[in-house]
Design a protein around this ligand. Sequence first.
Ligand code: ACM
Length: 261
Amino acid sequence: MRIGFYQFRPLFGKPDHNCRKVVDRLKSVRADLIVLPELCLTGYLFKDRTEVKALAEDPRRSASVQSLVALCRRRGFHLVTGFTEKARDKYFNSALLLGPRGIRRTYRKLHFFMEENSWFDPGDKELAVDRVNGVRIGMMICFDWVFPEVARTLALAGADVICHPSDLVLGHCQQAMLTRSLENGVFSVTANRFGTDRRPHGEVRFTGRSQIVGPRGELLFRAPSQREVVHVLKIDPARARDKAITPHNQLLKDRRPEFYT
Ligand code: ACM
C-alpha cells in the first residue's frame, strides 16, 4: 500500500485554480491513496457564512470533484480531500473519499476551531471506515486531533490508516499525532497546507509540516514548514492490525470502557 500527501498553498476563493494545481501535480504520481489539506479547493479564512455559501458546492454536482475523480481513474488511486460542502441548506467543513468510481464517503468535521462554528453547520455523520485496496481507512479533519475520542473511534471501527486533512495554525498537532497513532496502533497521514490566507478582515498563517506516522508512533516522514511537497511511501498495513504492546497487552482489548463514562 502506497500512501502519501500533497502539501500545497491553495489560493483563497479560486477553486478552479486550486483544483487544476492538484490535478497537474498528481498526474504522474504512483500511489494507492493521497491525502490533501482541509478546505483546499476554496481556501480557509472565510469572512462569514455568506462567503461560505458563495463558494460551497454539492460534491455530486461539482466540476472540481469530477476532475479529481477523473484523476483517480487515470492514476488508479484514491484521494481524501478537504471540501467546502453544500448539502441542501446546510454547509459543512467536509472530507471526501474519492475513487475511480466516484465519491465513496463524506465525513463532516465534528470539532470546530475558532470561528468555524459561525461559518459551518456541525458535522452530522458517523466516524466510519472504508476499504481501499483491502486497507481500512478512516477520516478526521484538523482540530479533531485535540479530541482523542475521534482517532480511538476510528481505530475501534477497524481503521488501519487515519487520513487527516488539515489547515493547522497551532504548533502542537504534528507532535500530538505521534501519540494518536501510538495509542491506537494506526498509521496516520496529516496533510497540512502552508502559506497565509490574507483577507481584508484578517490573516492566518498555516504551519505545513505534513507528516506520515507509523503504528508505534514513529515519524516516517515530515515535510518542511513552507514548501510544496508530494510524498508517498510504502506501508505494510498488517503492522496496524498487530495491536500487541507487550506479549501480555493488547491495545484495544485491554481497554476498560465500563470505567470511562
Ligand atoms: C483547524 O481545525 N483548521 C485548526
